[in-house]
Write a protein that binds this ligand. Sequence first.
Ligand code: B12
Length: 245
Amino acid sequence: MFDEMELDDPVLEIPEGWESRAPEDWEWETLWDAVEYGDHIYTDSRVQEAIEADINPRVILDDGLFPGFNLQADRFSAQVIFIPEMLITARAMKAGLALIRPLLAANAEKPVGTFVIGTVLGDMHDIGQSIVTIMLENAGFNVINLGTDVHPDRFIQTAREENADLVGFSALLSTTVYYQKVTIEEFQNAGDREKVKILIGGAPTTPEWAEECGADGWGKDAVEAVRLALRLVEQPRAAWNSDGG
Ligand code: B12
């Protein structure tokens, strides 16, 4: 019989050539399943094993963690699964990210700059900005991650306290991207706009939106975010202590 549900159900996308990036006899299938079904305990132990097997942390992220996550993300978007299933997958993903984060953090003695990042007000999505955080740390930035649902005042206060060079606002909902603009306006109202470079990102954002918001840059992914941050940190800004701000 014709089964519409099966046709709509997204399928696992196996990363091409993963075998060449893993030790002989290695398998990722159990980790793909664990992330898919939200088994954070198995995810934790399998990622630990992958680290012990000397697999590159970026490979663990791309080949080990993302396939199961992306499968559930596609199902969530297609409304095949709902918030509870997506949440437990996100928890497993974050268990894996927590283990690879210290491995990717740079050992630079002097950070290349300070970056304050968070997800804007009203938005609870944090997987993307956690990955941006890890990659920025890997590039030598001191990153202060404020988490999710961050009020503009908190971004401003932290940027001041930390003498931030850059701030970044993540947003995943078409309703919350508005707060990227509001937060930039609040930096302006507080007299701090020229003291930081501002980046925005998140799936529904575009370079056009970044321009409309008055941001200094837009990153489509974590690699782009790092590239931009490294370029912008070099550019002159008004000093934080010039007017006691
Ligand atoms: C996981 C998820 C959730 C989880 C979040 C768990 C968590 N801890 O993050 C849960 C289940 C809680 C959730 C809830 C909701 N979600 Co949701 N969610 C997703 C999902 C499946 C994946 C998002 C994700 O993590 N992507 C993976 C990361 C790696 O990608 P990313 O975030 O885009 O980040 C990359 C880039 O964008 C960039 N980037 C990100 N941030 C930044 C910041 C800067 C400064 C820079 C430079 C770059 C950058 O770099 C990152 C790494 O490469 C998406 C669908 C999808 N496939 O994207 C829906 C989605 C975003 N959710 C959606 C919706 C509607 C909701 C809910 C409103 C559902 C509901 N009915 O309640 C709630 C909202 C809750 C809230 N107030 O925030 C919609 C949004 C539609 C829209 N356009 O507004 C989507 C698109 C699903 C859909 N198609 O319907 N969600």
